[in-house]
Each structure stands twice: as structure tokens, then as C-alpha cells.
Design a protein around this ligand. Sequence first.
Ligand code: GLU
Length: 467
Amino acid sequence: FWFNLLKGSNLNVVTRFAPSPTGYLHIGGARTAIFNYLFAKKHSGKYLVRIEDTDKKRSSKEAIEAIHKGLNWLNVNSEHEIVYQSQNFNSHIKVAYELLEKGFAYKCFLNSDELDKLRLKSREIGIPIKSPWRNKKEIDTHKNKKFVIRLKMPVEGTTTIDDIVQGKVTVKNEILDDMVILRSDNTPTYMLSSVVDDNDMGITHIIRGDDHFNNAFRQIQIIKYLNWNIPYYAHIPLIHGTDGTKLSKRHGATSVFDYNDLGYTSEAMFSYLLQLGWSAKNDEDYCIDRAIKLFNLEKVSKSPAKFDLKKLNNINAKNLNSMKVNDVYKLVIDRFKLSLNDKEQKRFKSLLPELLKRVQTYTDLEFEFDWLFQEDFFCKDKNYQLQLKKSNLVLKEIGSLLKEIEWNIENIKKCLNKYILENSLTFKDIGPILRISLTGKTNSPDLVSIIYELGCTITVNRLNYKY
Ligand code: GLU
């Protein structure tokens, strides 16, 4: 039965990604979104996005836009209407009063001094906060005073959550604090809003970071008091850096969209994030459709995943090499706002598959632009310049031979071989220096292709350059 439920066959699965719009979409959030998206899609369910903008001071429009930009880039935005938590305030407030009326919550009139004292005392004796107002009747003297509404947590017994990732965990109810659900300015807290929205939105599976696992034991009390359906929980371990500490800016970019700026493809990022904490058989290439088929929550690891840039780089390099040349070409042209003439376009596209074998991100291609597109290119490296000077004559001779041939790959090959033979050389004697002369590097695509694509005039000019 449990298995069937997990598989979603008995249930119309509804998941949600619920970011707080206080900054960009970070790596961890993006992974949570992907897991929620895939789980819903796998079970032909609904995947919803809820912007938890209840903290008006910390939320911003820019952050909401940044979150959507990140989700759109990864192709995991919701096709349903986006829910803005702040628009549901009235319904949250109503629930707070319903809990109050039913005796599951109480008004607490402590002023801030009294609360500070209570906090101190609670800490000293190691018990969670329970206000003295828990057991007091509201008295006339407090009629017009400010109050908050606290949930009356059960004090006896235990609460168990059978978390899909964390397993079955039981806590004693005595450790639960009487959390505030409605503030004195009549605004609901996250702890209340989130539960009410999940219920109103019909969420069946709550998939989120395990920094919320403690909250689940407190939030579930509201659900139980109101006899709502208890959702399935899956609390995913957070992402760490390779040094084992929680992922932070120290480890590099933490905003998912920054990886777009750095030259990673959305497909590679998606593939990598999916594998952060979800173990699949050493298989690194996941397009969305394949991921939907294979994804399951049972394979989410219980220990924190490590964000490993090397692995991301590998996946990105693989992805770039598997893409259609025209698609990579478009990415690069757009990114660098290149306007190329027909010859340059053809040259770039022909050499692109070879160039891609040598980069990890497509922005790395920028370092090839000089020799690819500058007509008057010459090598600027001082050490190479010395070598080129020494080989001046050889390069010139090869240049004059190339000048005479009809320009095609076969003839270029023949020409180079003839020169080698006639001068009792090997390809090693001329290959590297030719390459430096034409590209300024020792590592570049196949020499004959370069010569062919640069064309006769450019090639000969470069070979004749006076260093
Ligand atoms: N808004 C919360 C956060 O960004 C998530 C709450 C939830 O998923 O229940 O951490």
C-alpha cells in the first residue's frame, strides 16, 4: 500500500516549490524545485510554485524575478498559476482564530520584557517556551492589550513522521514550543501560513530541505488539530561544498543563474543538480524526459550531497559536445554579441566541434576568438615569438608551397607531407610551430583543418609574419 502511494498510483500527486523571495535562486533551492517538478511529472501530478513573501521587509520584486529567471532557465517553472503567500493572509488569520476557538491555541499577552525573562528561564531549565497564558482565561484587564496567538502544543505523548528520505523519526511532544502563529500586528507567521497554504493547495508531498525537518514536527500539530490530510514528507539533506561545510559563497557561485553567465548550459546544470543527492547509476546525462522516467524519492541520499565543480564541468563539457553545432554556435554568438561575416561563420562552425573538445564551458571559447577571427593576428607570447623567429625560414617555405596549391584538405595534407619528406623531417618538426604561428597556442584543433578553414591568404600571411 505504502509503495503504491509513493508511486502515486492511488493519489493525485501535488507538489510545490516554496521559495522565500529574499535573494536569487540558489543551488539548493533549484535542486528542491527540480525534485518537486520531477516527482509530480513522474506521477502525472501537479507541480506548483508558491512565493513565500510573507516577510515584507525581506522580500523583493527583484528576488521574485530572479527566482523565476532561474526556474525558467532550468525549465522547471510551474505551468499553473503562481501562488503568492501574502495574498492568502486572510485565510491564514481565519485558521489562527479557528484554532483559538477550538481551544488548540491561546492568546498570549506577554510584553517583551516578560517574554525575554521567559526565554531565559526556558533556556536555563531546558524546556521549550510555554507561556503562562496557556492556562489562563482571558481577563477583562487585558481586553485592549496587544497579544500574539500561540499554538497549544501537546505536552504528552510523541509525534512520529515517516519521512520518505529521513525514515521514521519520533520526538517527544514535550520538546515542542508553543509557537506563535499570529503576531501582535495580526500577521500570520511562516509556520502557520505554510501549513494553511499547503492544505488549501492540496499538496500531497512536501519535498524540501532538511533544515525544515524540525518545523515539520511542529507544523503537523496544526494539521492534526484541524483533521486535515497529513502530507507525505521528504526532507532532503542540504548541499555542502567539497570541504564538507555548508555550501556558501566561499565555494564559488551559489546563484543558479550565475552558472548561465559562466557558460554552463541549462541541460548540464539540470543534470548535475539532479544528481546532487539523488543517486543514479553513474549515468551523467539526463534530459528532462529521461529524468522524469527515472526519478524517485527512495534513491535520495540521507547524507549531504557535495557540490563538486569538477563533476559539473565534466557534465557540461559532455553536454556541449553532444549538442548540435548550430545550437552551441547560437549560444556563443548571443553571449559575446559576435557579428561574423559568412566566411567567419563557416570557419567557426567547422572548427567548433574540435574546439569544444578543449573547453569546459562555452564562455571559454572566448580565448579562441583572436586567432579565429582577427585577420591581422600574430602570436603575442614572448617565448613563442622566439621559437617562431628561429623557425622563420621553415614557415616561409611552407607558406610559399601552400600558396601554389588548389585549396582543399587533400592538397594541404600532401603539401605538408612533401615538405617533410624533402627535408628529411617528421611531422613533429613542423606541426607544433605551424600551430603556434597560426593560433598562438600549442593546443588547438587539427592542423590541416585549421589551415583549410583559415584559407590561403590568412594562412600564408601568418606564416610570413616577421617576429
Ligand atoms: N520558504 C521556505 C524556504 O525558502 C520553504 C518552506 C517550505 O518548503 O515549507 O526555506
